[in-house]
Design a protein around this ligand. Structure first.
Ligand code: FES
Length: 109
């Protein structure tokens, strides 16, 4: 069994701050973000037209309560990935299983 891939150091993810972008196996873009203390991972593909949701790593809107796509403003719940506003309401981001321990955020196999 291979070791889990380290995405970043825990300290790289400030609560409510920018995401860290990475690629899952096969090169699909993804990101991790810390929200209310917990790290969440999603493919960086908006449920609207599939492009990345971030703008230079920023994925949370100004209140810090929601993820927001920088393209056309789709709003997602950070903990579920469900779109609750905008052009793809009701759709979901694709979750990426991640874990955090010993000061590192890892991609789960
Ligand atoms: S691509 Fe995200 S809202 Fe349109």
């Amino acid at each position: 069994m291979s070791e889990p891939v380290i995405i970043c150091a825990s300290d790289d993810l400030v609560d409510g701050g920018n995401a860290v972008k990475f690629a899952v196996t096969g090169g699909t873009p993804a990101f991790v973000v810390r929200w209310n203390g917990t790290v969440y991972g999603y493919l960086n593909q908006c449920a609207h037209v599939g492009g990345p949701i971030d703008f230079e790593g920023q994925v949370l809107e100004s209140s810090g309560k929601f993820l927001m796509c920088a393209r056309h403003g789709a709003i997602y719940e950070p903990d579920t990935g469900k779109c609750v506003g905008g052009p793809c309401r009701g759709a979901k981001l694709v979750p990426v299983a991640v874990s955090e321990d010993a000061g590192a955020v890892r991609l789960c196999a």
